[in-house]
Design a protein around this ligand. Sequence first.
Ligand code: HEM
Length: 481
Amino acid sequence: LKCQRPKNFPPGPPPLPILGNLLNLSLDNPMRDFERLRKRYGNVYSLFIGPKAAVVINGVQVMKEAMITKAADFAGRPQDIFVKHHMPISTSLIGIVLADYSATWKEHRRFALMTFRNFGLGKQSMEQRILGEIQYTMETLEKSIGTTFSPRVMFHNAASNIICQVLFGKRYEYDDNFIRVVVQCFKENSKIANGPWAMLYDSVPMIRNLPLPFTKAFKNIETCKKLVTRLITEHKETRVPGQPQDFLDCYLDELDKRGDDDGFSFCEDRLIMFVLDLHFAGTDTTSNTLLTGFLYLMTYPSIQERCQQEIDKVLEKRDHASYDDRHNMPYMQAVIHEVQRMANTVPLSVYHCTTNDTKLMGYSLPRGTLIIQNLNSVLSEEGQWKFPHEFNPENFLNDQGEFVKPEAFMPFSAGPRMCLGENLARMELFLIMVTLLRKFKFIWPEDAGQPDYTPVYGITLSPKPYCMKVQLRAKQHTVPI
Ligand code: HEM
């Protein structure tokens, strides 16, 4: 029960028995505590989460040594009790995000990247899917002209529908029960699963049966699993083997191809968690980034106008934007990247763990050490950014006004576990922001008071709920696609 740092382990605050350093962290938002500890102990320090030792890594130099130079040593995922709780048989039923570094994870990651590519990521068809979904967002905005409304559900549904089209081959009406339930479960779980409640669950066994927030997280996962199981059954009834229409069909084809020889690697149980992971990872992240983006654009109207001038100039009388237009829109690119930097959407990444005994900045880390990547520390690292602590697109522009990307831009992490959906996310952010800014002016309501940029903590950070107003811009050339 006594927590003890191994030899040559990174320094950190003294731990208590059983609880470790949990009392050093705020249950609501540990981000400020992580920063305070970084200032005190340096860019590599350790903490005890209950009895479990964790190392928090900060700053671009340490991040590169761990995630790129020693990639394989740092590519594991902790297989804690909280992670395993809802898995009925074994960890082999974990999807992809929480899967440990293994042949199964590698195969599934490769399969997902290949299938996304086959469904047109980087090609026209994915662009068409995104632009098609944006038409629904624009309809919602048009109906809201003259009112003050919250854009939260609208952005969540748009991001969710884009990934649903890839995974299930269909989109859902914004009031559809499936989408409503899944989006709500995701929103709740993202605030519970990576946070201190999950840590408490792991370290204090006697609280596991109490009606605390983590019990809700398990119920949510069961609900989502049932919904996806139903979708798989429907696909099995209608699919034509060898002619896949979506991700689910591709996986079912892969199961046919592999037959029974595959052991546990590809299986239907894993498929359920796999698509839930992809849906979750692809929804909350993109939509919270968009929410932060429009918060800044409304409250920095001169930046919004400068984006619109660039968009008007580049698109002229064209029907719609294309992802390739980004090469001619350095200011818009800078704004989107600056939004991602400030949004800091996945602040602590997803927890990693060491797969071998290894070294970091001269410290010794035994195999199985929990690694917490503080991406926040890189995205606002002094010395890496012209304006580390303010929203300023100049962070991504050189003296000639050209777009440049500093190496400390790591919102998708780095190395073998880095975000699998980066390309999709970047395409979505660009097309959604450009298309909406071209048609609408976004206004911070007069009676909304001072904007509060302090985020709400979870696996993903989101801005505090806010309302917006929209006006049609005088000059628009958009026609339905
Ligand atoms: C702005 C949007 C997004 C951000 C900021 C973001 C960020 C991240 C981060 C920080 C990680 C953890 C990487 C690590 O552990 O080192 C991650 C993992 C992941 N992301 Fe994203 N993500 C975004 C959008 C998406 C989208 C659209 C998808 C769609 C499929 C996606 C799928 C995944 C998956 C599957 C993983 C786990 C990868 C693995 O463990 O091998 N993400 N993302």
